[in-house]
Every structure is written in C-alpha cells, then in structure tokens.
Design a protein around this ligand. Structure first.
Ligand code: ZN
Length: 263
C-alpha cells in the first residue's frame, strides 16, 4: 500500500452539504493524499508556487480520478481580479478568478490557501460556478460578476462557502475596511459590513476581518438567500489546509464544481 492510498477520500476531500441538484458535483481538496514534499505537502494543485511540476501533475491526475467520470476540468490563472471564465471543453488554463459552467461533463477549479472559495449552483441544475474571493476580489465585485453570468434570477441560485482564513486570524489594516465601506453604496448594507465584517484587532488601527460574514451579507443583498458552509479557518487547521498567511511558501487547495456527464 502506498502512502497516498492510506489517506481516505474523506480525509482528502470536503464535500459541500448543500441542496444542489443531482446533476451538480462539488468538492474541496485538503492538503492530504497527494505526493508533494514539504513545504507543499502533500496535495498541492498549484503550478505557480514553485512546487515540483511533476508532483503537481501527479496530484492533478489524482484529483481527476476523484471526479465522477470523464470530466474536462478548466484551470485558471488567478490574478485577484473579477474576470469570470466560461469553461469550455478542451480549453487549457485561462486568466480569471471565477469559472462559470453550463456544459455537462465540464468542471472548473479555483485554487486557494486563505482566500474564500464561493460555490454557486442554479436550482435547475443547468449551470454552476466557483469564485476565488479574497478580500480584494470581494470588494471589487467578484461575487456580483459571477452571478451575472447565470441565466436565472439570483433567487434561483444557491451558494456554499468553502474553507478560508477565519476572523480569528485574518488581521487587516484599517484601509481594507475603508475600501469595503467606501464601495458599499447602500447605507444599511454598509452598517452590516461594518458591524459583522470587521471587529477591532489587538493592535490599534488593525481589524479582524470575517470573509464569511462579508460574503454572506453581499450574497443576501444580491438575492442569494440559500447560503451554507463557512466556519473553517485555514490558518488554524494545519493538518487539513494550506495557509499563505501562516506559512508563506505553501501549496493550494482546489475548489472544484461541475456538471456530471450525461449517462
Ligand atoms: Zn484561525
């Protein structure tokens, strides 16, 4: 038995507990069950972090095996922007921070190590998306841009929040809070983001930001009422998650969503 096969799929993956239709599959990898060496140990899926590319290719092949059937997986080159890529069969890596899928047998992935992965599924089971939402992307409107791609009203879309750095560890400067407050026109919404999204840190002028709370407030304001998930802290859970804040040079987890092939 190899080291890799000793890790069960439950240790290797998180699966959203949400009310997505049967045509949708979604998962988040953890750092367990891959082949990369420290500091990328072991299931790093990112090529841009200076891990051995052969190990990353092996890990990507392992991930492909965990998907249900012959799925084309669309990878992104992320830039902390708001570009949404429309995943198409056979396309290689493209620049963007969210991926929208409306083809059966196609999936998309975002890579994170502290930033918030936000999963979306239309209740009719015909379209899905996943967005890479760091504080910059959240403030600039990555959730809004992703939702705009769906051909259904936002009330017909459900969302799930994957693992991100928690408010216990995500200390930011006052300027980050200001950017959020300045970019929120609605006064009531601004008040909620101020109250629930940021609490004063131990150091004067610093705040502990709650990406989960900010995303929930923004999603609700956009009409997405069914939002589940959240509550992890990538920085706290060393054994399951990579954390850029904690480790600097480290790997990335993949948040994958797709539509099952027509059988
Ligand atoms: Zn924490």
């Amino acid at each position: 038995m190899t080291e890799t096969s000793k890790v069960t799929d439950t240790m290797r993956l998180l699966q959203p507990s949400w009310s997505a239709p049967a045509s949708v599959f979604a998962l988040v990898t953890t750092r367990q069950g891959g082949v990369s060496n420290a500091p990328f140990d072991t299931f790093n899926l990112a090529l841009h972090v200076n891990d051995n590319p052969i190990d990353v290719a092996t890990n990507r092949a392992l991930l492909q095996e965990l998907l249900d059937g012959p799925i084309h997986l669309q990878w992104l080159a992320q830039v902390h922007g708001t570009e949404v890529v429309h995943a198409e069969c056979g396309k290689g890596e493209r620049a963007g921070d969210a991926v929208f899928i409306d083809t059966m047998g196609v999936a998309g992935a975002v890579l994170t190590a502290d930033c918030l992965p936000v999963f979306f599924a239309a209740r009719d089971g015909r379209s899905v998306a996943v967005a890479h939402a760091g504080w910059r992307g959240l403030a600039d409107g990555i959730l809004e841009q992703t939702l705009a791609r769906f051909p259904v009203p936002t009330s017909e879309i459900i969302a799930w929040l994957g693992p991100a750095i928690g408010p216990c560890h995500f200390e930011v400067g006052a300027e980050v809070r200001e950017i959020f407050l300045d970019s929120t026109v609605d006064e009531q919404l601004r008040g909620r983001i101020s109250a629930d999204g940021f609490r004063p840190g131990l150091i004067t002028g610093k705040y502990l930001a709650d990406l989960y709370a900010i995303a929930r407030i923004r999603l609700l304001a956009l009409g997405v009422v069914d939002v589940t998930g959240g509550g992890w802290c990538t920085h706290c859970d060393t054994s399951r998650f990579y954390s850029y804040r904690r480790d600097g040079v480290t790997g990335r987890m993949a948040s994958v969503i797709g539509l099952r092939p027509i059988s």
